[in-house]
Design a protein around this ligand. Structure first.
Ligand code: BGC
Length: 744
């Protein structure tokens, strides 16, 4: 075989006389020869090193911290690191790999860049409420641009776990409850992070997580068991992972939960049958944090060594932080329980990524101090973050046009524990975000009030948590001497995200009592909610005249909220997760089944609660605007259509208010009779349109039989002929329908 010359960052020339004869199924043709040429030179220890990911001591996102990771780089025991960033620091670590390790294989740097690196965008759940795919792609692309300049190659995002479990704190990182919308968002985010190529070193590789079904833990408790039918998995939970893989995501992270009794980290059916074979995933698979050793606690592995074998043989290429591959995999090879051939396949996948990123040519191409200075928190990134933040605000209530604030308002009482907080607005998983760089609502409104000659009376009233009501009097006095009250309440950022499940979804502490006291003053109260999940706020829903759901909007939260309050931006977002009336309704979601005894409040023997209606406080797809929209009746192009036809659905929407506004027009279907029962509604399309006052637009959707497909009784993915309701409207409840029949 011909000798090959391979250049390692211009430092080392390696002469390879014999290329290993190994299958190359998973390696794309372009880099196969280079990858193999490196692999042929590696010892087994070095190979295992490439399958090992450790955190640095710069941050912790789990229970363990690895000491001595710099020695691990030197000795080739670790080929990738996370929680290390900035051009300077990653350069320093890369230098250790390039100058002091035997093989001089560049390190891969990963980080949880979930909704921004330093310019923090709204939490993903908030962004999803914009239903604006281009804006979400741009947000991910800016996150990629900033983090790539700071030395990072890899983000542990997007998190695409569908969830109908607001008790689960990680809903904050996802795109809500719906697989159709969630899939489109997953695709947009993957494109945003990865782009088309890594030519300019301003993109990073995506990691789809957490595979699989992590969003459905029993009782909403973090890390808990997941138990669902294969049908539910395929219909509801799988599509988002599929969409992200189809969009070209280069890596996938397994989840902490078990699935059908087998931890996802060693679940061959999930990894081999579904991810590799059905979805055709060619990239590499990483465990989640100490997911591998945790299989001992699950009661699935005898000990850590056994856990490593189970995970590796199931197809987990890289061990994050478990140090199991690093400690035990070699012995597993020696004993014949793990094959070198499989190790080689995994190493190839990882080396290929390093080649694709251009790291073998220039290991420092992502450590770009000059670009870091230029792009990180640049004016245009901050402007994009402000825009995304405004787009993510959901107007839940606005009686008597309480909002926007008009020039009749001369004084504002700004109340609430979150009214002057900066860091909280970043939300959880806020990358390298710096709370000091955020603009609080107090700062933003002080600025505006001064310009508009409005008196601003500020009082906190109470803390987020605790029973202390000593601040109430000051808040009530401020309220009494103001024309309008703006009360900013919610959760702390630590109350959502990982390991942040709650059994009670009401406002923590005495915040609701503070709102009650403010409402009792008789002044109009605007409640601004900051939270990482749907909350149960029925009293506020009934008594406060105006409510804005602002989630955690990130670095530009203050100015964005100011824009909405003063009407410089007309809210257009709609909920992507149902808001329950009570935690007792959870899991609650719009696409439920009808049951044999559907809800009827006037009779006893049907599917309902004795104490509350079945309906949510705010349904999926719901959100108001400062203007109003009228929907004419829905038209369909034909009452009967075949599997070859395209059904056209038209609905005219008119802006009947005084302002320009955007409306998210939604299309749902119901399959009335199936070989398995179907949900009462399923989202199948949406369009976001902008209308001037008085303007009307016809919105057209196109549906084919493929859009009506599901996993039938014999697990075929296809549409079944029969009667369907085609429904359109402004949210999942206010819908108009047409009845059509799908014929063979
Ligand atoms: C989380 C992942 C995250 C990882 C690395 C884990 O605890 O579940 O989502 O990517 O830590 O920080």
């Amino acid at each position: 075989m011909m000798n090959r010359l391979i250049c390692f960052s211009g430092l080392l020339l390696l002469i390879i006389s014999c290329r290993a004869q190994v299958p190359q199924k998973t390696i794309s043709g372009k880099y196969a020869a280079q990858v193999d040429s490196v692999l042929a030179l590696m010892t087994l220890d070095e190979k295992i090193g490439q399958l090992t990911l450790f955190t640095t001591d710069w941050g912790s996102t789990g229970p363990t911290i690895r000491e001595g990771y710099q020695d691990d780089i030197r000795s080739g025991r670790c080929g990738a690191l996370f929680n290390s960033h900035t051009a300077a620091f990653t350069r320093k670590l890369q230098e250790i790999a390039m100058k002091e390790s035997r093989m001089k294989i560049p390190l891969l740097f990963g980080y949880d860049v979930i909704h921004g690196y330093k310019t923090i965008f709204p939490i993903p759940l908030g962004e999803s409420c914009s239903w604006d795919l281009d804006a979400m792609e741009r947000s991910a692309s800016i996150a990629a641009s900033e983090s790539s300049a700071a030395g990072l190659h890899w983000t542990f995002a997007p998190m695409v776990d569908i969830s109908r479990e607001p008790r689960w704190g990680r809903v904050t990182e996802g795109a809500g409850e719906d697989p159709y919308l969630g899939s489109l968002i997953a695709r947009a985010r993957v494109h945003g992070f990865q782009g088309d190529n890594f030519d300019k070193a301003d993109k990073i590789i995506a990691c789809v997580k957490h595979y699989a079904a992590y969003g459905a833990p029993v009782a909403g408790r973090e890390y808990n068991t997941v138990d669902m039918s294969e049908r539910v998995f395929r219909d509801i939970y799988l599509p988002t992972y599929k969409a992200a893989v189809a969009a070209g995501a280069i890596s996938v992270m397994t989840s902490f939960n078990e699935f059908d009794g087998i931890p996802a980290t060693a679940n061959k059916w999930l990894i081999q049958d579904v991810l590799r074979k059905e979805m055709g995933f060619k990239g590499f698979i990483v465990s989640d944090y100490t997911g591998i050793p945790e299989m001992v606690n699950h009661g699935y592995a005898l000990n850590e060594a056994n856990a490593g074998e189970l995970a590796f043989n199931a197809g987990v290429d890289m061990d994050m932080q478990g140090a199991v591959y690093e400690r035990f995999l070699k012995a597993s090879v020696d004993s014949g329980r793990v094959s070198v051939k499989t190790i080689d396949e995994s190493v190839r996948r990882i080396l290929e990524v390093k080649f694709r990123l251009g790291l073998f040519k220039d290991p420092y191409r992502f450590c770009n101090e000059a670009r870091e200075k230029e792009v990180v928190m640049s004016a245009s990134n901050l402007a994009a973050a402000r825009d995304m933040a405004r787009k993510s605000v959901v107007l839940l209530k606005n009686d008597n046009n309480t909002l926007p604030i008009t020039d009749k308002i001369h004084s504002i009482a700004l109340i609430g524990p979150l009214s002057d907080d900066k860091a909280q607005m970043l939300g959880s998983w806020s990358g390298a975000g710096d709370g000091d760089k955020c603009i609080s609502i107090l700062e933003a409104l002080t600025d505006r009030s001064t310009k508009n000659g409005i008196k601003l009376n500020h009082a906190k009233g109470c803390a987020i948590e605790g029973n202390d009501k000593n601040g109430f009097d000051e808040a009530i006095n401020a309220a009494k001497s103001s024309d309008i009250i703006i009360a900013v309440v919610g959760e702390s950022k630590e109350m959502s995200g990982e390991a942040a499940a709650r059994s009670d979804l009401s406002l923590p502490g005495v915040q609701e009592q503070l709102i009650e006291a403010l409402v009792a003053t008789g002044k109009p109260v605007v409640v601004i909610l900051m939270n990482g999940r749907p909350l149960t706020i029925p009293w506020i829903g009934e008594h406060a005249p105006a409510i804005l759901e602002t989630w955690f909007l990130g670095t530009e939260a203050g100015p964005a909220i100011g824009d909405v309050l003063f009407g410089d931006y007309n809210p257009s977002a709609k909920l992507t997760m149902t808001f329950p009336r009570s935690v007792g309704q959870v899991p609650i979601y719009y696409s439920q089944k009808n049951t044999g005894r559907p809800y009827n409040p006037d009779s006893k023997w049907n599917s309902k609660y004795l104490d509350i209606p079945n309906s949510p406080l705010y349904p999926f797809g719901y959100g108001l605007s400062y203007t109003t929209f009228k929907y004419d009746s829905v038209h369909v192009s034909q009452k009967e259509f075949s599997t070859k036809d395209t059904l056209r659905v038209d609905v005219k929407v008119t802006n009947t208010g005084q302002r320009e506004g955007e409306e998210i027009v939604q299309l749902y279907v119901r399959d009335l009779v199936g070989s398995v029962t179907r949900p009462v509604k399923e989202l199948k399309g949406f369009k976001k349109i902008k209308l001037a006052p008085g303007e009307g637009k016809n919105v057209t959707f196109k549906l084919t039989a493929a859009d009506l497909a599901f996993y039938t009784a014999d697990m075929k993915f296809e549409a079944e002929p029969g009667v369907f309701w085609i429904m359109a409207g402004p949210d999942s409840e206010r819908l108009q329908k047409q009845v059509v029949t799908l014929v063979k």
